[in-house]
Ligand binder design. Structure first.
Ligand code: UGA
Length: 432
């Protein structure tokens, strides 16, 4: 919304949420999330044509286009628990729009939703005696950590809608918002169901690439192949391409696992068990990668971690974000703690989430923003997030502060292994 406001000074953008603390934070100097470049955009437009408020009903009345981006977490109860999306917030929002709206509106699905959700929403929205609500699907493809640049220069913007005169007019109204900065040929239109499914499909195929390269990293470790060399050789085939071929501790983030499981559930609902099993395997492969990394740590450190001190470098699910949702570091920390290792976590932005993410385990884990302090007297460093800060460290200083033999597990393959070995580290890296 900030990017839309930044490129459409003549349009008023209102961001509303029921959570007052969150809205207060958006109105303060400390935004509730860390995202490179976001502060500047918000500061530029806030109070001019970008407003944050808890007055949801007023926003519904004032605005012509309503983007609904409420959370759609994986259901934890009832039918489809663990797989299907929980749509209760979406439905409540749709009902509220019907209750409050004072004229025709365009309602845009921005949350990632299962295929054909728009149909259910239309059903609720069509109950209004006087006003018409045209539902569009406009999935978001930005990635955290690069959100602002992804928005500035998107590969594509996708707008799904009905191919009726009203549907087409609504699509055009939304396309005009993006046309303020996105070249016309990158604004794709599609039918509602294609648009909804494209979002799940894009995430599933991206995640599948990571699980594919991670599965090969296991084979590389068993042979003498090097995963980075394999990824480079494979990625130079232009039909495959170089992106999303970096082996690591498995994918995290709020989207991939949730969206794949959602896809699995939809496939099952349509009786397509083989298709469901195929996609579920992408998630299982991801779990396996994390277990494998822990297995390597245990084996290398003489099959016991009890009372050994491990410094975990990185807790965010990837670099440049404070987000830790589904971060591989969470599952890995839990597995290492079960081995009774003493764990110290260091991360430049994400330490605030450790207590909540680890629950009762948190009391057994220490945190510090200083990597040298984390590594002090440690037996091993386990690197889980590829922060630039970790690349620029003084390896000699780290090594000197540690117990010997000092191990370093590079779960992201981002450090200079030759230099680490030179100062004395015993290095293991994923897929090597
Ligand atoms: C992902 C998609 O990339 C976005 O296109 C999509 O819009 C977004 O989900 C969403 O649905 O909202 P995001 O979760 O922010 O974006 O993060 P990614 O950059 O895709 O990374 C996901 C995970 O995969 C991270 O843990 C990352 O470290 C890992 N990854 C990524 C790898 O292990 N190897 C790679 O080569 C790339």
């Amino acid at each position: 919304m900030a990017a839309i406001a930044d490129h459409n000074h003549d349009r008023k953008v209102m961001v509303v949420d029921i959570n007052k603390a969150r809205i207060d934070a958006w109105n303060s100097d400390r935004l509730p999330i860390y995202e490179p470049g976001l502060d500047e955009v918000v500061k530029r437009r806030r109070g001019k044509n970008l407003f944050f408020s808890t007055d949801i009903d007023k926003a519904i009345r004032d605005c012509d286009i309503i983007f609904v981006g409420v959370n759609t977490p994986t259901k934890t109860f009832g039918r489809g628990a663990g797989c299907a999306s929980d749509l209760q917030y979406w439905e409540a929002t749709a009902r509220n729009i019907v209750k409050v709206a004072n004229r025709d509106k365009i309602v845009v699905e921005k949350s990632t939703l299962p295929v054909r959700t728009a149909e259910a929403m239309e059903h609720i929205l069509s109950r209004h005696p006087k006003h018409h609500f045209e539902v569009l699907s406009n999935p978001e493809f930005l990635a955290e950590g690069s959100a602002i640049s992804d928005l500035e220069n998107p590969d594509r913007v996708l707008i799904g809608g009905h191919q009726t005169p009203r549907g087409k007019a609504a699509i055009k109204a939304l396309a005009d918002v993006y046309a303020a900065w996105v070249p016309k040929e990158r604004i794709l239109t599609a039918n509602l169901w294609s648009s909804e499914l494209s979002k799940l499909a894009a995430n599933a195929m991206l995640a599948q690439r990571i699980s594919s390269i991670n599965s090969l990293s296991a084979l590389c470790e068993a042979t003498e192949a090097d995963i980075d060399q394999v990824a480079k050789a494979v990625g130079m085939d232009s039909r495959i391409g170089p992106k999303f071929l970096k082996a690591g501790p498995g994918f995290g983030g709020s989207c991939f696992k949730k969206d794949i499981l959602n896809l699995v559930y939809i496939c099952e609902t349509y009786g397509l068990q083989q298709v469901a099993d195929y996609w579920r395997q992408v998630v299982l492969m991801n779990d396996y990668q994390q277990e494998r990394l822990v297995g390597t740590v245990i084996r290398t450190m003489f099959n016991t971690l009890a009372n050994k001190k491990l410094a975990l470098f990185g807790f965010a699910f990837k670099a440049n974000t404070s987000d830790t949702r589904e971060s591989p570091a969470i599952a890995i920390t839990k597995m290492l703690a079960e081995e009774r290792a003493q764990i110290v976590i260091t991360d430049p932005k994400a330490l605030g989430h450790v207590a909540e993410d680890l629950g009762e385990l948190a009391s057994r884990v220490k945190t510090t923003e200083d990597p040298y302090e984390a590594a002090k007297d440690a037996d091993a460093i386990v690197l889980l997030t590829e922060w630039d800060q970790f690349r620029g460290l003084d390896y000699g200083r780290l090594y000197r502060g540690m117990r010997k033999p000092a191990f370093l597990f590079d779960g992201r393959n981002v450090l200079d292994h030759a230099a680490l070995r030179k100062v004395g580290f015993e290095v293991k890296a994923v897929g090597k």
